[in-house]
Design a protein around this ligand. Structure first.
Ligand code: F6P
Length: 545
């Protein structure tokens, strides 16, 4: 199927016609017409409850969206992924992050080879290392116990680990501290290590390629910092550095003992790697048993996605609602609003997952799309966002569908806090959907000149995603839910969710500009006049002019 074919799908045309007739229908009316709507437009699986009733849909919308999923070949795409087909066509790779959480004894194959035993072999090595480090058996160069673990990585080699560390802090060993360094801005590294003792610090250099400029620059600074603090004894590197990578030769070249390298595979994309060895910091924090619980949570949602009929399939429903808003309501952004402080980095994590995956404008066969693809994802934890940007969501001119994520039980029960937190989450979805009319505002005795300001139009869509408690398994389910929702969207848009060519050009140009900034001699600049001028200005500030 090519790009034009998507717009020619019967379900696509039907959805366009359906949109034209229902676009102004108010959620208030939908709920008034069907008092059971709040129990009907829900789905539950793997301990995740999705209430999607406050979306601008009716049964016909849902039927047509699911028909579009069928016509777009979503089933085949799912099967192809789980079968280990090379669905990452632009890099000619299989995409099998689901194998990272397959139970021991399961079989998922690439080219006839079962990859699951290899996955568990790495998990077992990670677990053995984690036990040694957590027990204090693994000592630093001066025989001191490791007290702080610093993960150095960027993109998928940072966002997953830092998100998971924050999310699962409750389950972590508090006698170990964790820091995450990603930015090539030296401030990131220096602030992270400023109060650390090199003798008690372990660095995990996390990089799939082990060539990423930011990560290698930070890793080199880390090695310098360590050696400066340990009398320059280069033998210390082996006790204070481990690596997570697919590139053994570069790891060895850096000086890390490849016995202390934890590998993964080219069929794991960076943004899909937090449950591969890239999750080493997570395992060190929460321990191997909790890490395996997290993997089991992922797997439960994977199996649900693979097997459940589309109408009950949480990732499919979530994904198709995103398609509905993106392609028919012309929605530009989606807010993800966790009512759970531990999920404070979840929106940042989701930004890479969603936007690096579906921020594409050509189809699998390289042809330009003629419809919108991946929306912008953003968010902050509630209730903080309520006192900041929610104003725009409630009364601005744009429709911003929201995902509210909440847990029935708090890990830190404290007086009435959790009741108040959850009341706020529910109140927001209610206010967004139903608003407040001018008549209602007037009835409150509001002065006439203020009525317009205090009206809430409502009809602003949201999902509510409820889980029981933020356990490692729950986090796995939540991440897997979004991974497969992204996959669903990509299948409809026929884009390759698993490459990221869009980050390449900037990388290449930066490599060209670095020597132009650093050279002693005046460089021959052949950029545009703006870039040339900015380079000269920087050089002048460094007195290199
Ligand atoms: O930003 C592009 C990217 O390739 C991401 O996809 C990836 O997660 C990140 O860089 C880090 O790459 P690596 O793990 O190879 O250092």
């Amino acid at each position: 199927m090519n790009a034009t074919a998507l717009r020619n799908q019967p379900a696509w045309s039907a959805l366009q016609a359906h949109y034209a007739t229902t676009k102004d229908h108010h959620l208030k009316q939908y709920f008034a017409d069907d008092p059971t709507r709040g129990q009907r437009f829900v789905a539950e699986a793997a301990g995740v409850y999705l209430d999607y009733s406050k979306n601008r849909i009716n049964s016909d919308t849902l039927r047509l969206l699911l028909q579009l999923a069928v016509e777009s070949g979503l089933r085949d795409r799912i099967d192809a992924m789980f079968r280990g087909d090379r669905i990452n066509v632009s890099e000619d790779r299989a995409v099998l992050h689901v194998a990272l959480r397959a139970p021991r004894g399961a079989s998922l194959t690439i080219g006839g080879q079962n990859v699951v035993p290899g996955v568990h072999a790495v998990l077992d090595r990670m677990a053995a290392f984690a036990e040694r480090l957590r027990s204090g058996d693994w000592k630093g160069h001066t025989q001191q116990r490791i007290r702080t673990v610093v993960n150095i990585g960027i993109g998928g080699s940072d966002l997953g680990p830092v998100m998971a560390y924050e999310a699962l802090k409750h389950w972590s060993d508090r006698s170990l501290a964790f820091r995450f360094v990603s930015n090539v801005d030296g401030t990131d590294f220096l602030e992270a290590v400023s109060d650390l003792d090199p003798a008690q610090t372990l660095f995990i250099v996390s990089s799939k390629t082990f060539t990423t400029l930011e990560t290698m620059t930070n890793a080199n600074s880390a090695r310098d910092w360590l050696l400066a603090g340990l009398n320059g004894d280069s033998a210390a590197v082996a006790r204070h550095f481990v690596a997570v990578s697919t590139n053994a030769s570069e790891v060895a070249r850096f000086g890390i003992d490849t016995d202390n390298m934890f590998g993964f595979w080219d069929w794991v994309g960076g943004r899909y790697s937090m449950d591969a060895a890239i999750g080493l910091s997570t395992m060190l924090a929460i321990g191997p048993a909790h890490f395996r619980d997290m993997l089991a949570g992922f797997h439960e949602m994977d199996e649900h996605f693979r097997t459940a009929p589309f109408e009950q399939n949480l990732p499919v429903l979530l994904g198709m609602l995103t398609v509905w808003y993106t392609n028919f309501f012309d929605v530009q952004t989606i807010a993800v609003l966790p009512y759970e402080q531990y999920l404070k980095r979840f929106p940042a994590y989701l930004q890479q997952l969603t936007m690096e995956s579906n921020g594409k404008s050509v189809t699998l066969d390289g042809k330009p799309v003629n419809y919108a693809t991946g929306p912008i994802f953003w968010g902050e934890p509630g209730t903080n966002g309520q006192h900041s940007f929610y104003q725009l969501i409630h009364q601005g001119t744009r429709i911003i569908p929201c995902d509210f994520i909440a847990f029935l039980h708090s890990l830190n029960p404290l007086g009435r806090h959790h009741d108040i937190l959850i009341a706020n989450a529910l109140a927001q979805t209610e206010a967004l959907a139903f608003g407040k009319t001018a008549t209602e505002v007037e009835a409150e005795g509001t002065p006439t000149q203020l009525v317009g300001h205090r009206v809430f139009t409502g009809n602003r869509p949201s999902n509510t995603i409820l889980l029981d408690t933020l356990t490692p398994a729950a986090l796995g389910k939540l991440v897997s839910l979004y991974e497969h929702s992204v996959f669903t969207q990509g299948a409809i848009w026929q884009v390759n969710c698993f490459d990221q060519w869009g980050v390449e050009l900037g990388k290449v140009l930066a490599q060209r500009i670095v020597p132009e900034l650093e050279s002693r001699a005046d460089p021959m600049l052949s950029h545009d006049s703006s870039t040339n001028n900015l380079i000269r200005r920087y050089r002048a500030a460094q007195r290199r002019d």
